[in-house]
Ligand binder design. Sequence first.
Ligand code: HEM
Length: 653
Amino acid sequence: MKARLSSEMLSPLWAQLERALSLIRHRPVWSSLALAVLIPLTLALAVAALMFGTAFYRYLKLDVLRIDPYSHFPTPGKTDRWRFVTGNLGFIRRHPPSEGHLEFARRLKTKVYTYRGIFYSPLVFIADPRAMLHIFSAANSYNFEKPYITRLVLRNFLGEGVLVVEGDIHKRQRKIIQPAFSVGAIRELNPIFMRYSRDLADKIGDMIDRSAAATPGKKGEGADGINSPFVAQPPKSLEVSRPGAPVLDVSWWTTRAALDIIGDAGFGYHFDSLKIDVDPSVVEERAGDVLGNAFNTLFKLTLSVNLTRFLQLYLSRYRLLRWIERIPNERKRMTQDAYAKLEDVSMQIVERKKRQIRGEMAAELAARGTATSGLTKADFDEKAADGVGVAPGMDLLHLMMRANMAADVNTKEKLDDKELIGQITTLLIAGHETTSNQTAWTLWLLAGKPELQQKLRDEIHEHFGRDMDHEIGYDELMGMDYLDAVCKESFRVKSAVPSTVRVSKADCDIPLSRPYPTRDGKATLTSIHIPKGRDIFIPIQAINVDTDIWGPDAADFVPERWINLRDEAKHNGLPMHLMTFISGPRGCIGNRFALAEFKAMLCHLVGRFHFDQVDGWQVEAKQTAVIRSRVVGQEDYGPQMPLRVSRIAPPTS
Ligand code: HEM
């Protein structure tokens, strides 16, 4: 029956193929046309038949015969016209990040359900903290990997970095790089965070002052005022700008600051992206920035996914079809070229650091007067833990490489050059748009609540002075209570990475904190059985706004909740009580770095300027790898976070 069904399904395809071949045999003039049109058409039909066949088979198993392990889970049913192609993903995409999933949870009255992805593939949604802690625990983390396609795409520009690798390779890499992110090491980076945050504020101040000095009515002579644009200022923002209170895309500027910070604090590279002139007529591409340019090319190539690329990626999830990804084409050639450039500059950075570190180690050993052959791992662990001896200016890569060069680290444990290069691009991608977008969203949240903005500003002035003329150290920055509450509340309500996905490496059972209803409502689910190879959606943002943990106002931005945390939040077992950075061995290694950098930027911006939302403009979240912002009706301008920025009022006395 099975054989007859499939031959019946395939017969039109064979007929087409035979026609194509006979054209080639009998009419040589047409043979090239046949090759160019009919054979690809036949193959496309074959692929389509395979996919629709798979989708229909899944539908039968899940919803008709109900013989799939997920059949008894609640499910939202049909929400998309092309349900066998996009499952429920169209509905999810039409909503802001996490909102589509939360809407399903509300409709189904549960935090555990399944929905359908591409070609009806079943995904499970689990917004249960106990399940999350189980998945991300040290014991289980490596049984839940990133999906193959995600790793394939990321590998294009992250090479063998810690974000991409899995299993024992990840364990080995993480062990070497972890000490570079210790409190002691981050403390030493504080001057870098502060310096670039001050530069960022100076740039914004410069634009406000130029707009204040504007001659109303004088148009189009460079950024000399209100009638001329500043760099990266869309025309609509220019139209609503006022003298002394221009509307600026703050995310564009925080992204530049974060890029400069990660370049300098991450691996000692100076992007100098904040040095750009605010006058668009003098904007120049920095020809010398090979690393930045190559990275941008790779980023754009990776993000532009047309139908062919989508099919290539989708089919690569099947082991037998992985060769498809290796077929040479123009995109592949461009990707390889850009990566070669990136690799070349990164290798120069690595080589330079190796020479520096050898010199440093020799000097340290000479100063100790010991006869040992080198510094040991304990030397680095000890230093990283208390910060003693982590010399100022030692960037993350420098610390990673020092630990990697310790005399007593087994050669097999060490990171090779390719892996070190992978860490550079990983730092760039993981540590740049995340913090910059988080900062931009926080300014927007504060702009919507001026009284909270002022409360934060008062605390900032207590520490930095009314004119922001004091420098403060890491410990003082971390000790600012209201700032801490604002940052954590922002991480909670606008998590820069709102979700991620994992795949089970083997059949497993995931425990739940409480029972949830089954599909027919007649029984309950007390744990979840996940078959090998199934995708699990990790709802970071949804757990962060769970009313059971955070109370009925969970969706609102209320920094005060951190001053007196609810017991349910206090004991949820997550780092900082949040899902934002997930947890365990695959949790965000840069969370301390992110927090310190974010706080420094916020202090310098809120301490010097007042931020307002633009009347009548609706800012919406759009999910890419991180959540970005755009304005409804101004989608053509792409991601932006326009806010009206003015200098704070001078003291009254
Ligand atoms: C607001 C800021 C940030 C947020 C919300 C954030 C969030 C996350 C999340 C959710 C993951 C796990 C992703 C997954 O496995 O699917 C992650 C991983 C990672 N993050 Fe962050 N991150 C932030 C900033 C940073 C910064 C500043 C750095 C570096 C300086 C960094 C470095 C990394 C690295 C290296 C990983 C991979 C860790 C591993 O797989 O072992 N992140 N981050």
